[in-house]
Design a protein around this ligand. Structure first.
Ligand SMILES: [Zn+2]
Ligand SMILES: [Zn+2]
Length: 450
């Protein structure tokens, strides 16, 4: 495991100043901490958890946090930054600004760009660019197969040496069990995570939404849940056989939850993620035929959603991932069948799950916080903590703030968010990464103290 700030970002390597956050409610589920404290950050690390009101603010960047909640910052293991190739939809600067606004101290970027990221040179170029442009640390994944064609493996060992944090053909499954087996064999040697978009293209066919009552009513081609769960079963079996480690992306179906649960119980090294949209929405939302609800895997039934929520609670689902997938207006403002799959999510993830799951009492705030940062460990990084000596990766939240995503625009270059226009409660007011304030909400003045 290594520290998140060692990933590539524009403040990496430079010394950080002093930040003091006074009298916040400090919640760290790992430490079992939920108390009012002053938090002092020095040289990039948490230096002190002092009694409320005890810490001074000499020359420090600081704030009276009052009714705010200070928590470990979040980590997203699944983001599409559309760079290189589709900078009209997102680039490293806008995508990481969206992440900072969402309370994230680190993200993992997928390799299904144009061209795909499948050479050491491509990884090096992105890392160098992130070092100039990224507001928060970014770990780049490389493709598992060349050009994501699914037949020939990339040079996984060289890619790791060039700094790839892992491998994924996300956007597409690895169809061939033979190729998957080889990828697992190389994962064991190269290290880094192998992150899997699990889908059987034969079963998905031309499906555009979840196969069920709603697809039947709308007359749209469906994607059955078993398209996902059968591939997860195959890959858990192969990972067990090769003693390799896999991370299953965007779990959507109850059969998938059962499959991962069985694999974990059998000792397979598998972790998995679920998205805010799969945890908060269902295929009933698709009745509107609004393309903001079109993504892959699709929004599933209420039974599937409830199974995912249970799995989030039990830890079968290790972490929340947004699968932030920016798309241009002309890819989305077309009939539902023709629209591109994918939604943005970095700026709304915490608020969506706080509103949908914590406020009604379905899950505890502490549990949500643990899962929001759980992606760090899945990607091989130290989980964010609020403890003396820990790297200072912090998010300051206003749990009562009510807001409407999109009303003031987006940090992301794209606007295809499934939650735009809804009323959400809970908002990120500031984000600290490696001791630096990388985001401040306009409604909140976290300023330099005199
Ligand atoms: Zn995917
Ligand atoms: Zn994705």
């Amino acid at each position: 495991m290594s520290e998140i700030s060692t990933l590539d970002w524009r403040n990496g390597g430079e010394p950080a100043g002093e930040v003091v956050i006074r009298e916040a409610r400090v919640v760290d589920p790992h430490a079992g901490l939920d108390e009012r404290r002053d938090v002092v950050v020095r040289a990039g690390a948490v230096a002190e958890l002092a009694a409320p009101g005890a810490a001074e603010l000499p020359d420090a960047e600081g704030s009276e946090a009052g009714e705010l909640c200070l928590v470990p910052a979040f980590f997203d293991p699944h983001v599409h930054l559309r760079t290189p190739g589709r900078e009209d939809e997102e680039d490293l600067e806008t995508g990481t600004r969206a992440a900072a606004a969402g309370g994230y101290c680190g993200i993992a970027a997928m390799a299904n760009t144009e061209p795909t990221v499948d050479t050491p040179e491509a990884i090096e170029a992105l890392r160098e660019r992130a070092g100039r442009e990224a507001a928060v640390p970014v770990g780049f994944l490389a493709c598992a197969t060349r050009g994501m064609r699914g037949d020939e493996l990339t040079d996984m060992i060289e890619l790791r040496q060039a700094g790839a944090v892992g491998f994924s053909d996300d956007g597409l499954p690895i169809r061939s069990a033979r190729v998957m087996r080889r990828a697992l064999q190389y994962q064991r040697i190269a290290g880094g995570v192998l992150a899997l978009h699990e889908e059987d293209p034969e079963l998905s066919g031309k499906g555009v939404m979840h196969e069920g009552e709603v697809s039947a009513a709308l007359g749209l081609a469906g994607i059955p849940t078993v398209s996902e769960s059968t591939m997860i079963a195959r890959d858990c079996a192969l990972a067990a056989y090769e003693e390799a480690r896999i991370h299953v992306q965007h779990l959507s179906a109850r059969e998938s939850v059962a499959t991962v649960a069985a694999a974990k119980a059998a000792g397979v090294a598998v972790t998995c993620e679920a998205t805010p949209h799969h945890l908060a929405l269902t295929d009933e939302d698709v009745r509107s035929l609004d393309s903001a609800y079109k993504m892959n895997p699709p929004l599933r039934s209420e039974e599937d959603r409830l199974a995912l929520v249970d799995a989030l609670r039990s830890g079968i689902v290790d972490c929340v991932a947004t699968d932030h997938a920016p798309h241009s207006i002309d890819e989305k403002e077309v009939p539902f069948e023709a629209a591109a799959m994918g939604v943005t999510g970095l700026e709304t993830a915490f608020a969506v799950l706080h509103t949908a799951l914590v406020l009604p009492g379905t899950i505890a705030l502490e549990l949500l916080l643990e899962r929001m940062s759980g992606g760090a460990a899945c990607m091989g990084f130290d989980p964010p903590r609020i403890a003396p000596g820990a790297e200072a990766n912090l998010a300051l939240l206003d749990l009562d703030a009510q807001w409407t995503p999109g009303a003031e625009g987006w940090e992301s270059r794209s606007a295809n968010c499934a939650f735009a226009g809804r009323t959400l409660r809970g908002r990120v007011m500031a984000t600290v990464v490696g001791g630096r304030i990388v985001y401040r909400n306009r409604a909140f003045a976290l300023g330099v103290a005199a």
